[in-house]
Structures are given as C-alpha cells and as structure tokens.
Design a protein around this ligand. Structure first.
Ligand SMILES: Cc1ncc(COP(=O)(O)O)c(C=O)c1O
Length: 464
C-alpha cells in the first residue's frame, strides 16, 4: 500500500507559523530575543521558508540566531544560553567544539581545504569506518547522507536489473526525488512504494512480487531513530526477507551510524545488511555522507565496468580534506564506544528522572529512546516497555495528528524561553558532553513548561 508519509513527521511540524503578537509567551520571547528578531526580519528577505534555512528550523515566531557553542551549550545574539538538544541535527555525538576535532580541522585548514586530488586522510577515514562496520568492504564518500541513499538506489538497480524501491512510511531518508514522501509536490517518485511502518505482512507481500531492487529502511526506527517505536524482530528479519526475494537491503544509518554503537544500528541489533548509508556523526560535525557495503555491489563504480553498468560518481565535496580531518578525529574516538556510552548514560538519566516527573505531574506523556530521547505526549497505553526501543503506545497516528503538532510547537517555545533548545518539543538528541546537571536543568524546565501550559490552557485536558 502506498501512503504518503515518508517524512510526514517532519511535515506535521512544518506548518505556517502563526504571528500571535498578543500571546504573553510570544511577547516574552520577543523581548528576550530582540537581536534575533532583527536578524529574522533580514532573513525573511532572503530565505523563503519564514526566514529559515532548514524545514525544522521554521518556527513561530522564529528560532534564535546562534553566535557560538561549546560542549552541550550554545548562545544566541541576545546572550541567551541554551542546553542544546539539536547538536548539529544529531551530528555532534562528541558535543560542540571537542578539542580533538577542533585541532584536526584547524590544522587541516592551514594545510589546505581542498586539493582536488587524493589524500591520505581519506584512507585513514575509510579504514576507521571499515574497522567499526564490518560490512564496509567498500566505501564511497559523498557530500551528504541523502546522496548515499541515492547511490544505494542506483547500485541496487544495476545489480538486480529491477527498478523499484520499497520503503517504510514515516522513515526519513532525505528530500531528493526518490527519497522524499510519496506525492510531495514537484517530486517524481514513480518507482517508490511505501508500506506502513512495522507492517510485516505488507513488507512480505511487496517483496514477494520479486520486483524490488532495494529495500531501504531507517536504522533505529522511524524518524530520528525511533520517534515511532519499532518492531525489533521485524527489523532483525529484514535482511533475510529481502534476500529471499532477490532484493538488496540498505539500512539508513545516517543518524544511527556510530551513534548507537561503534558498529551502528546493525551492531546493536545484530544484522548484516548488503549496504548501509552513513553521514552526520561519521563526519565529526562537518558535512559528509558515505555508502558502505559488499564489494561486488560497488563494481559499477570501477572504470573497468562495461559501459552499460558504469556509474560515474563525481561530487566536489567527496572526502574533502576538512571533513576527512574531522571525521578521522571523531571516528578515532568512537572506536572505544565510550562517547556512545556517555551519551546513552545522560539520555537514560533524563528518561528516568523525566518519567518520574511526568508521573508525579500526572501528565499523559513518557520519554523513550536511546541517545535520542523522544517525548511521547499522548494517551499512555502501557507503563511497561523496553524504553530503548519502544514507547508507551503503538498509536503512531497520534504522533502525526494536528493536535500533537500544536502541543509540540507550544512546548518547544516554552522550552526555548527556559534555555532548552530542542528542535522539536519532543526530541532531545544527547551527546557525550551532556551532564547530569544538564539533565536536572532540562527536567526542571520541562516540568515548568508543562505546568505553564496547563495553566494557560494549551495542554489538552486529555493529556492532564
Ligand atoms: C535517517 C536519515 N537519513 C538521511 C538523512 C539525510 O541526510 P543529509 O541531511 O545529510 O542529506 C537524514 C537527515 O536528517 C536522516 O535523519
């Protein structure tokens, strides 16, 4: 069944900002963000998306303009300090300004940012990645995570001689044609089929048509690694289900790659996909993407390939020395698993203390997730669940509804005003730099925000 929700969790929150100048919270925000307001006015003359340069940065009235960041914190033009839970859209597992990364980038900047030639850093980077992710017999660097997914589709089509790609709804893989939600205006997604998330029967039915080149799914669950709780057994079965029908399986580890474990999601759940796309953390905070996988699948990239199979992969920023320097520095640290454990530890503390607070307040909401913690704000259907992978409900439709989006937007603004910068009200991305003190401050800000929302009447009564 084709639905049109591949990245609709993002879309649910991407709504026209409302100018609500009479709102006391908005007035307070405008007073404490005067210089950001000026910048926002200028930005609106340049950037069509309400002055923002990324869909999730679109906000009512606007998001702060940041001047600098360090560790788990960042500061804006008006001098406001935030605990940062965006951490570079998930890319900064080590936190802001880790000395090993800063030193590596500074040194490389002085040696040259682009040679337009081969260089040794790309070799070291590849070796580190292959050392952590055993399926990486071959690595192809590109400029962003979504490019790796596009390459996976092309290589799979050549290898199988088929054209179709199967995906789960609610998984996010990028905004380009073939990756964006089915039916997105202006896009061409004719060869793509989506099945409902966690729907084993639908996956089996589609794969049995033996017409798919590639099955592409998001590691860790749907949308930023698990906003929608996952059927873990199905995830473990996907490589076999795909292989049985001649379909290649690519796990999108752009978020989970090296964040969930040194070997990523595939190590965490014990699977061996044919291909995996990585990005974000693998670049230590500089832009990159890469596709890794079985050597034979990458043969079309060899100039010795027959013309009808040859893939010409160019890209100005592929393995550029600055990204490679940051990537080598960061990946060298990921190998031990220590930064991942530190991020998980802080996240678990937040989950535990936050859930205690939510129960005490009597708010119908619970926290779940590994190093990316999701706030599920909705009917709590069960108290017992494996919080690493599951949530208090399987009612994923609620997470896409208008009511949830409105609550999450309001919470986001309350949190920002209290010094907590989550990109969405319900998404907290942890890094190794987040501390127990950060957790306490965040839980307290979350409590104050929910109390304020109850008082102002923006928390629906069914959640109280
Ligand atoms: C799971 C997943 N895949 C792919 C992408 C696209 O990566 P990029 O923005 O680097 O192209 C993202 C970005 O957020 C993502 O979360």
């Amino acid at each position: 069944m084709a639905t049109h929700t591949s990245d609709s969790l993002a879309h649910g929150r991407y709504q026209s900002p409302r100018q609500n100048a009479g709102d006391p919270l908005v007035q307070q925000y405008l007073r404490s963000h005067q210089r950001s307001l000026e910048a926002h006015r200028t930005a609106s003359g340049h950037f069509a998306a309400h002055g923002a340069t990324h869909a999730v940065r679109v906000a009512d009235p606007f998001r702060p303009y940041i001047t600098h960041a360090a560790g788990s914190r960042k500061w804006d033009l008006d001098g406001n300090e935030y605990i940062d839970y965006a951490v570079g859209h998930g890319a900064l597992l080590l936190g802001h300004g880790h000395p090993a990364v800063v030193d590596a980038v500074q040194e490389q900047a002085s040696r040259g940012v682009h040679f337009g030639e081969n260089h040794e850093l790309e070799l070291r980077w590849a070796a580190l990645i292959a050392g952590m992710m055993p399926i990486a017999e071959r690595i192809e660097f590109c400029a962003a995570g979504q490019e790796a997914n596009l390459l996976a589709m092309r290589l799979a089509r050549i290898h199988t001689g088929r054209r179709r790609v199967l995906r789960f709804a609610r998984n996010y893989h990028g905004w380009a044609d073939g990756l964006v939600a089915l039916g997105a205006p202006g896009s061409v997604t004719a060869e793509i089929t989506e099945v409902p998330f966690n729907d084993r029967a639908a996956i089996e039915r589609e794969l049995a048509t033996e017409s798919y080149a590639l099955l592409l799914t998001e590691g860790g669950g749907a949308h930023m690694s698990g906003q929608v709780p996952i059927d873990l057994q199905l995830q473990r079965d996907l490589p076999e289900l795909a292989g049985k029908h001649g379909t290649l399986y690519c796990v999108d580890e752009v978020v989970t790659g090296f964040r969930d474990a040194p070997g990523g999601w595939q190590e965490l759940v014990g699977i061996k996909p044919d291909l995996a796309s990585i990005g974000k953390c693998a670049g230590g905070g500089l832009p990159m993407g890469a596709l890794v996988g079985r050597a034979e699948l990458f043969e079309p990239l060899s100039p010795a390939s027959p013309a009808e199979r040859l893939v010409i992969h160019a890209g100005t920023w592929n393995a550029n020395p600055l990204a490679a320097a940051a990537g080598v520095a960061a990946c060298s640290l990921y190998r031990s698993g220590e930064p991942q454990q530190q991020a998980h530890h802080a996240a678990r503390l937040f989950r535990a203390k936050g859930n205690e607070m939510l129960k005490r307040l009597g708010v119908s909401a619970r926290l779940h997730g590994r190093s990316i913690v999701h706030l599920y704000l909705g009917p709590v259907e069960r108290e017992q669940y494996d919080a690493d992978f599951a949530g208090p409900s399987t009612n994923v439709d609620w997470l896409e509804g208008v009511a949830y989006a409105a609550v999450a937007r309001r919470l986001r603004l309350h949190l920002l005003q209290r010094g907590i910068a989550a990109l969405r009200g319900g998404l907290y991305v942890f890094s190794a730099a987040h501390t127990a003190e950060d957790v306490d401050t965040t839980v307290s800000a979350l409590e104050q925000s929910l109390v304020a929302m109850t008082e102002e009447g923006t928390l629906p009564t069914e959640l109280q």
